[in-house]
Design a protein around this ligand. Structure first.
Ligand code: PLP
Length: 480
């Protein structure tokens, strides 16, 4: 069994195994004609259940054959131009190369003595990101597992900086379309059920700053403590960007921590044409960026950035066995002092490889392309009487619903849209997402693949209309 350990004597076997695996995946990617096979849970589960994990196959080729059966054949392929559902991007090759390197070397970015250059590379990428945001000379940050963890850490720092004796008094302000990780974070941070104040958005799905000002004032009058305002730069559904400069003003006026959740909108940091859309982000006390959403990086690749490096001390604990306090005065760079995690992947390497091979402009160009595509998609939807589209895109999502000419009952229209999404998924021809706007069910395209064309969008809209009409036809038959 020692022959399976990756070391100097097994280097050749490693080369062969990885090459075999890469061959399989490359062949698969080249041959995917649909983003999904439409496999059902009931069809797939028995194939996985019958595998006896106590009886290994011992042979890599046989395991890869098995993997084809249980995973590769029926995976959801984000690189396919008709995968239009969630915030998943196709990945760039330099990042995948980085992924292969980082897991083989297996650095852990908690301490210098487990990572060496890895730590310095991560630090340089944090500095690079901070410079793009404009957070200033004292900024810092750390890579995280994703936007959820970044938001949690940012709000932890905000809580600690709020210096209150009563957690029950703390309030976080976030728009009604902010990401649910804000509420989850509040719970994890021991804040009360009412701690997240939902601020209404306008028709453009951006936070209404008049309402924010009113709530901040009310909070003060009620003797409560405003802990943080979470501005979203790229909401999950609409891609809308809250008015960052105005929110920055209010945060300054009320002495509140400003967190910008740019998990999605961070792609604009590299944009050649749309960077101005996140102007005001430089006022933040903390920022969430998800490179695995709009920098075309494999999961995971994310970071939390802070204006004041010293605030990261709220995540610092020392242990004799890992990062004794004396190491700080010895200036040994231990990233664990800044992180919620201990053992931590060297995800930064993927972004490093990407920037070194493609450059930031290369990433920005790809993101600009999907933003342009969303505008084309919006034009198609706005001109098509079969659909209602909610808002013009700021980034690359489109929220819309099919509205049949002959049906007026909103509940029946809901059912037709829900059916269309499900039927499309089952067909595997395309994958789209769904959400609710008010009480009504809508469909959503998240466009993150520069290979998707307006013709793809038009074709998927026709498929949706076809499925919805089929539902309505059958519904009529049922009723008669
Ligand atoms: C605006 C926003 N913030 C945070 C998150 C959470 O990010 P992650 O899924 O990487 O934890 C998402 C995910 O979609 C998001 O859209």
């Amino acid at each position: 069994m020692r022959s399976h350990l990756l070391n100097d004597t097994t280097a050749e076997q490693y080369r062969r195994s990885v090459t075999d695996g890469v061959e399989r995946v490359a062949a698969k990617l080249a041959a995917t004609d649909r983003p999904f096979t439409g496999v059902t849970v009931d069809a797939l589960a028995p194939r996985i259940e019958r595998i006896d994990l106590d009886t290994p196959l011992l042979d890599t080729a046989a395991v890869l054959d098995e993997l084809e059966e249980v995973y590769l054949r029926d995976a959801i392929y984000f690189h396919h131009p008709r995968y239009l559902a969630h915030l998943n991007c196709p990945v760039v090759i330099p990042a995948v190369l980085g992924e292969a390197v980082l897991s083989a070397v297996n650095s852990s970015l908690d301490t210098w003595d487990q990572s060496a250059g890895g730590t310095l590379i991560e630090r340089k990428l944090i500095d690079w990101t901070n410079a793009r945001i404009g957070l200033g000379e004292n900024a810092d940050g750390v890579f995280t597992s994703g936007g959820t963890q970044s938001n949690l850490q940012a709000l932890l720092l905000a809580r600690e900086e709020s210096k209150t004796d009563s957690l029950a008094k703390l309030r976080i302000f976030a728009s009604e379309v902010s990401h649910f990780s804000v509420k989850k974070s509040a719970k994890l941070l021991g804040l009360g059920q009412d701690s997240v104040v939902s601020i209404p958005v306008g028709h453009d799905k951006r936070m209404q700053t008049v309402a924010l000002a009113r709530e901040l004032e009310r909070c003060k009058q009620d003797g409560l403590v405003p802990m943080a305002v979470v501005a979203t730069a790229g909401t999950t559904d609409f891609g809308s960007i809250d008015p960052l400069p105005e929110i920055g003003e209010l945060c300054e006026q009320y002495g509140v921590w400003m967190h910008v959740d740019a998990a999605y909108g961070c792609g604009l940091l590299a944009s050649l044409r749309h960077r101005h859309r996140i102007d005001g982000i430089e006022r933040a006390d903390s920022v969430t960026v998800d490179y695995h959403k709009s920098f075309f990086q494999p999961v995971s690749s994310s970071a939390v950035l802070v204006r004041d490096a010293s605030t990261l001390r709220h995540a610092t604990y020392h242990a004799e066995y890992l990062n004794p306090r004396r190491m700080v005065s010895e200036r040994i760079p231990n990233q664990v002092d800044k992180s919620l995690q201990t053992t931590r992947r060297f995800d930064a390497l993927k972004l490093w490889m990407t920037l070194r091979v493609m450059g930031a402009d290369g990433i920005g160009e790809l993101f600009d392309e999907v933003c342009d595509l969303a505008v084309e998609g919006w034009k198609l939807l706005a001109a098509d009487p079969r659909f209602d589209v909610v808002v013009e895109p700021t980034l690359s999502t489109l929220v819309f619903r099919y509205i049949p000419a002959a049906v007026t009952d909103p509940a029946e229209i809901d059912r037709a849209n829900l059916y269309a999404r499900k039927a499309l998924f089952a067909s595997g021809d395309a994958v789209v997402a769904g959400t609710k706007v008010g009480a009504r069910h809508y469909l959503k395209f998240t466009l993150l693949n520069p290979e998707t064309t307006a013709a793809d969008i038009a074709a998927v809209l026709d498929l949706i209309a076809g499925h919805a009409e089929q539902y309505l036809g059958e519904s009529l038959d049922r009723a008669s």
